[in-house]
Design a protein around this ligand. Structure first.
Ligand code: GTR
Length: 426
């Protein structure tokens, strides 16, 4: 995608919020990170050591509740009636490489809630394929240059330049994220790919919940009142990923046991929370998910809990904001979110120039899942040593830090495809 335009737009959006605060310092000096004590994923709240898989089942439920209560909010559990409608099929998409289906997911009991529109690419003449699923930032049309993919009509960020005007995407944004999706490469390797514009589920601004799913589904047990209900936008995006999974399970040419979830940045946070809650996802990839994603909250480096809650007040629940100035009091840290993916394969990736996401904190998040993978007889990362750039490491849990900036690149996809080949199966 044109990262520059996107970032400028975000900067403009976040600037007034940030300047309303007292000037906050952001640390990029490893020597100043300080010391911290991480909660142990294998010690339950009552202090008992978790030594067996069955003890982990209870501890896992405890952790899930702690993340819901303190970070993302509770995801409503009530079943929701969905209707899947195929709106277009191209039997010869991507110059004959793929079948492309456009499918809309409607909410039968809530006709006022907009549909979630899936762009699904499947390799031609293949049965029961594994598939990658990921939300995109700018509309399905931004992931491809194909002119028969409609430009999203939903709310989008106003960007610098004319890729969007008055919060509507323009034709100029077609294909602007092609390099982040690598659809042809993925298809040629025998995988399908499904992508959805995240704004279909909830537009990314503080009032975005209005008219979307958070305005109609209630949160069951949160006590903190808030106009937008208690789960945040990340919770809504994660919920949406599970609804897309509901649909993917009905597609006869997709192997529902081999759906790999991928997410970048804020959508990496959503992918991790979705993967933690929904074990139908066979594996999860967090690309530079940073604060509130794979990076340890207790490390003072790059983005902070206070900053993320100030710039993006709608992402997390109200309780998370109470930790702005006391991260050490959080009853969890993000390595425990990653551990909720175990024993499934997990990939955490960073970029050298993306210091805002705290690459080392992302690596440590992944490294500290090790005892949980061990409980399942698996090796996770298998090392505590931070690797050199462009040197992927690990086994069931993998990690790399590549050269370059905050983005998803061909290099990243190459590692994810290898990971999927080895751990999910072609
Ligand atoms: C930033 C935010 C990060 C990350 C990023 C993105 O502004 O501070 O946590 O989510 O946006 O989504 O690209």
């Amino acid at each position: 995608m044109d990262e520059f335009i996107f970032w400028l737009a975000l900067l403009l959006l976040a600037a007034p919020l940030a300047s309303a605060q007292k000037v906050e310092e952001f640390n990029y000096d490893e020597a100043k990170v300080g010391t911290y004590t991480l909660p142990d994923p294998l010690t339950s709240k009552d202090g008992k050591a978790v030594k067996t898989k069955s003890a982990w089942t209870s501890r896992r439920a405890e952790l899930m509740e702690l993340f819901a209560a303190n970070v993302y909010g509770h995801t409503p559990k009530q079943p929701i009636k969905l209707r899947f409608q195929t709106t277009a099929v191209n039997e010869s998409a991507l110059n004959g490489l793929a079948v492309r289906k456009m499918v809309s997911i409607f909410f039968v009991d809530y006709p006022q809630i907009p549909s979630i529109d899936v762009a699904l690419y499947l390799p031609k003449n293949k049965k029961l394929v594994p598939i990658f699923l990921g939300l995109n930032f700018s509309g399905n049309h931004s992931a491809t240059t194909e002119t028969d993919v409609p430009i999203t009509t939903r709310w989008v960020y106003n960007a610098i330049g004319d890729v969007s005007v008055n919060n509507k995407a323009t034709e100029k944004s077609r294909g602007m994220q092609v390099s982040s999706w690598q659809i042809e490469t993925v298809l040629k390797r025998g995988y399908g790919l499904a992508t959805v514009y995240y704004g279909d589920i909830e537009p990314d601004h503080p009032q975005g919940w209005q008219g979307h799913i958070r305005s109609v589904l209630d949160s069951p047990s949160e006590t903190v009142p808030s106009a937008s209900n208690n789960w945040g936008a990340i919770g809504a995006w994660a919920w949406g990923l599970s609804r897309i999974m509901d649909y993917l399970q009905t597609e006869p040419d997709i192997d529902p046991k081999r759906v790999v979830l991928i997410g970048h940045s804020r959508l990496g946070k959503a992918a991790l929370w979705a993967g933690a809650q929904d074990d139908r996802f066979a594996a999860v990839i967090s690309n530079e998910s940073g604060e509130g994603g794979a990076a340890l909250s207790r490390r003072w480096y790059g983005e902070t809990v206070e900053r993320i809650n100030t710039s993006f007040p709608h992402w997390f629940n109200a309780q998370f904001k109470t930790y702005n100035k006391r991260v050490a009091d959080l009853p969890i840290d993000q390595h425990e979110l990653l551990a909720l993916i175990a024993p499934r394969p997990l990939y955490v990736a960073s970029a050298e120039e993306d210091r805002w996401s705290d690459p080392k904190g992302e690596f440590l998040g992944a490294a500290h899942t090790e005892p949980v993978y061990k409980l399942f007889g698996k090796t996770g990362l298998g090392t505590d040593t931070f690797p050199a750039v462009n040197q992927p490491i690990g086994q069931t849990v993998r990690y790399h830090i590549r050269t370059g900036k905050h983005d998803v690149t061909a290099y990243d996809w190459e590692q994810y495809l290898k990971f999927a080949d080895e751990l999910v199966g072609k």
